[in-house]
Design a protein around this ligand. Structure first.
Ligand code: C2E
Ligand code: MG
Ligand code: MG
Ligand code: MG
Length: 283
């Protein structure tokens, strides 16, 4: 009896596993078509300075699947990475974000905003990566100085010399780099020393525990101090409460991103740039 049950359990598990595997490959196949079908969209989340003024946005890709509905990038970006579809998706994101950035240059309210774009490991390490970014900048006419590329430590788990070379080629044009999800990887300190980074982004996982969690508080204070001493700009992600903001601000964090200031939204919902009412310039 026990043996039979065990066997059933196993078969049940096996079926679910197969379904899961099939589900993934189905998603993979759908992802291949998603760009052409216009199912991908960029949303933009504001980044603000200490006065609460919006200084830029992060572009975050969204997939509206005809059957599954909204699929989170946390779910499909890893599939895009492993299947290689990221090599179509990544350049689409870059091109679309650069077009938005170029359009903003014509309006004094938006002209100074920066655009942060996430770059995945496979995309970054592709031999054509640098050329693709240059092509997106040229085709769109976007100002490279306003483009910030966010790298995660998964991008950097390879030869740092080669990575630094690619970064330098883009930095020569004015493009800047942020180290995303800082503190969640293995050898963050080596990256800070050896790569031409401009900004460190404190991971949401550390911000979440502020100000009450003593470990998170100590880590965040230390990261800010370290970043300051090494000359990096510091941004905190996932800022949701006034208490978190207060802690970060008191310890010298310069920039903030999180639901407290705004969720990622489609372009038309972001800023009143297409509003008919004239917006007064500063001062
Ligand atoms: P990330 O680059 O660290 O982006 C920040 C994530 O935190 C976003 O999730 C954002 O919506 C979420 N977030 C921002 N503020 C808050 C907050 O206050 N509270 C909470 N709970 N969450 C907040 P999202 O959009 O689901 O993206 C997840 C991840 O998917 C991103 O993490 C990034 O690694 C990846 N991703 C998104 N878009 C792209 C893309 O275009 N290309 C690549 N390669 N990866 C992308
Ligand atoms: Mg990011
Ligand atoms: Mg992040
Ligand atoms: Mg993150």
């Amino acid at each position: 009896q026990a043996k039979a049950d065990g066997r059933n359990d196993f078969r049940f598990f096996d079926q679910r596993l197969q379904a899961r595997l099939a589900g993934l490959s189905e998603m993979e196949a759908d992802l291949r078509l998603a760009i052409g079908r216009g199912e991908l969209q960029l949303h933009y989340q504001p980044q603000v300075d200490g006065d609460g003024a919006v200084i830029g946005v992060e572009a975050l890709v969204r997939w509206f699947h005809p059957v599954r509905g909204a699929v989170s990038p946390g779910e499909f970006i890893p599939i895009a990475e492993s299947s290689g579809h990221i090599l179509q998706l990544g350049p689409w994101v870059m091109q679309t974000a650069c077009e938005t950035l170029a359009a903003w240059a014509h309006d004094e309210v938006t002209a100074a905003l920066s655009m942060a774009v996430n770059v995945s490991a496979r995309q970054f390490h592709h031999p054509e990566f640098v050329n693709q970014v240059i092509a997106a900048l040229r085709l769109s006419g976007a100002n490279p100085m306003r483009l910030k590329l966010e790298l995660t430590e998964s991008v950097l788990a390879q030869d740092l010399g080669v990575i630094a070379q690619k970064m330098s080629a883009l930095k020569a044009l004015g493009v800047t780099f942020s180290l995303d999800d800082f503190g969640t990887g293995y050898s963050s300190l080596a990256y800070l020393k050896r790569l031409p980074l401009d900004q460190i982004k404190i991971d949401r996982g550390f911000v979440r525990g502020l100000p009450g969690n003593a470990n998170d508080a100590a880590i965040v204070r230390t990261v800010i101090a370290l970043g300051q001493q090494l000359g990096f700009e510091i941004i905190a992600e996932g800022v949701e409460t006034d208490e978190q903001l207060d802690f970060l601000c008191r310890h010298g964090c310069q920039l903030y991103q999180g639901y407290l200031f705004g969720r990622p939204v489609p372009l038309h919902a972001l800023l009143p740039v297409h509003d008919e009412t004239p917006v007064p310039a500063n001062g």
